[in-house]
Design a protein around this ligand. Structure first.
Ligand SMILES: Cc1ncc(COP(=O)(O)O)c(C=O)c1O
Length: 490
């Protein structure tokens, strides 16, 4: 007698609820501007609203969705709001969301070519095409010695690059017996903290990362880098790795990658370029100069999950010599051995990353590239840069404000001409107001406001609104907040 009992969702119910879900998301996008951009939830509030017992009997999907509306939405910071100007964006789009849904629906785990050939081959092809679109060197293509892979994040990409450099230098010795503490890596004081973290994770030691001073534009000073490398060699250390950034997190500074690349090539160091957000600009031919010098790089990374309308996570990582990466990360237990791997004719992407398992992330990227086309992507990137230019002009025209770093793409660093405390109060008031959300950094020791234009739906009216709010809030606070109180915050 067969047991036909099932708790699974039937395909009919899936069809029905799936449509409800898509409608819910569409409604969310139509109304996202009505929510305070920065979540107002207090710590523990969302968790408490969920109750403390799991249901013994399954619940109806409509009730679950209702709870998502009532309990989850109020606890969100709305990253897809056109008033989101904080950090760097994590924008998305219809085709990306639907590509993600298809990936979830197929439920493929693409650790090996043989566990789903399409998962690997779409990824390889999409990254080859994207390399072409960004004007990246031929050496990164899978048709030569290099190739691209999708990582979860730029942090994972830099970790993989660092491990490949470590093993290239030690001839696989560090993998076998651990590090000896003599391998040294370099970046600037403005490099993303993920590299420092990677130094620890890779066993190289955070103390072996040299953070080189920057110039007046907050870009790495290549001369100082060369001096530091020579001095480390003289001290018996082994320089192995340099990371340069195209668009630093703090101020969007662009490191001189051709100068740095030449030093790396003379000194035999692995050169990694982190273009996490700003790399997207190179889709437009007029910004492709960003990548001048990338031909020296052993690896390059940029995140479509920041500024290319592809929902988190999706970080593209290319290497010029895939054998160096695979040699550092590959390990083959018997239970994964298969004929395709043995043939050497395929990529097994588990060898290009830290985890074994992997999702079919290339689908959403493929959907985005096809849906927008080159023309559509260029249009929206140019639009963001144009809107940023307008904001810069408004700030420059206001004698109460100053721009404090070059704004080459879509991030503006500026401050009210007043104390750090006043600038901090301006930011807090704006974020509490709920109409926009922006964040800060410190440059040359001063508190600086950062406003990034990168949301898919951010238009002129939103940037105008943001600027008007900033200027009005600054003016109001300057009049009402006692100077003593402001200075306490400084
Ligand atoms: C320049 C740069 N590199 C790396 C990262 C880390 O990105 P991810 O979240 O993909 O690890 C960021 C994040 O903002 C970044 O701005």
């Amino acid at each position: 007698m067969s047991n036909t009992k099932s708790y699974h969702m039937s395909t009919d119910d899936f069809r029905r609820h799936g449509k409800e879900m898509i409608d819910w998301i569409a409604d969310y996008y139509e109304t996202v501007e009505s929510y305070p951009v920065l979540a107002r939830a207090r710590p523990g509030e969302v968790a408490a609203s969920l109750g403390d017992e799991l249901p013994v009997h399954g619940e109806g999907f409509s009730k679950i969705l209702r709870d998502a509306t009532e309990k989850i939405l109020p606890g969100l910071t709305h990253w897809q709001s056109p008033g989101f100007h904080a950090y760097f964006p994590a924008n998305t789009s219809g085709p990306a969301i639907l590509g993600e849904l298809l990936s979830a629906g197929l439920g493929v785990q693409g650790m090996l070519w043989s566990t789903s050939p399409a998962c690997t081959e779409v990824e390889t092809r999409v990254l080859d095409l994207l390399a072409e679109l960004l004007g990246l060197p031929e050496s990164y293509r899978s048709t030569g010695n290099g190739g691209g892979v999708i990582q979860d994040s730029a942090s994972s990409a830099v970790l993989c690059a660092l491990i490949a450099a470590r093993e290239r230098d030690s001839g696989q010795r560090s993998n076998r017996v651990g590090c000896d503490g003599t391998q040294v890596a370099y970046c600037s004081t403005q490099t993303h903290s993920s590299l420092e973290k990677a130094m620890g994770v890779a066993g190289l030691g955070r103390a072996n990362l040299r953070q080189i001073e920057v110039d007046e534009r907050f870009a790495l000073d290549a001369e100082r880098l060369a001096v530091q490398i020579r001095s480390d060699r003289a001290a018996g250390l082994r320089p192995i790795f340099v990371c340069a950034t195209l668009g630093t997190t703090s101020s969007n500074a662009v490191d001189p990658i051709a100068d740095i690349g030449r030093i790396c090539s003379e000194e035999g160091l692995w050169f990694h370029v982190d273009a996490a957000m700003s790399g997207t600009a190179a889709i437009c031919p007029e910004y492709r100069h960003l990548n001048d010098g990338v031909e020296y790089a052993d690896s390059y990374c940029f995140n479509p999950h920041k500024w290319m309308f592809t929902n988190f996570d999706c970080s593209c990582f290319w290497v010029a010599d895939r054998a160096a990466l695979v040699g550092a990360l590959s390990i083959l237990p018997e239970y994964l051995a298969n004929e395709a791997t043995r043939s050497g004719a395929v990529f097994d992407y588990r060898d290009w990353q830290i985890p074994l398992g992997r999702r079919f992330r290339a689908l959403k990227l493929w959907f985005v590239l096809r849906y927008y086309g080159v023309e559509g992507l260029r249009y929206h990137i140019r639009r963001h840069i144009e809107l940023t230019g307008k904001l810069v002009a408004w700030i420059e025209a206001d004698p109460h404000f100053e721009i404090v770093a070059p704004a080459p793409f879509n991030l503006v660093c500026f401050r009210y001409r007043g104390s750090d405390g006043l600038n901090q109060r301006i930011m807090e008031e704006l974020n509490e107001g709920g109409e926009i959300f922006l964040t800060h950094t410190r440059l040359n020791g001063r508190f600086v406001l950062r406003l990034c234009v990168g949301q898919a739906r951010t238009e002129l009216e939103h940037v105008e609104k943001a600027w008007n709010l900033v200027a009005a809030t600054a003016e109001r606070l300057r009049r009402i907040v006692p100077l003593t109180e402001i200075d306490q915050l400084s």
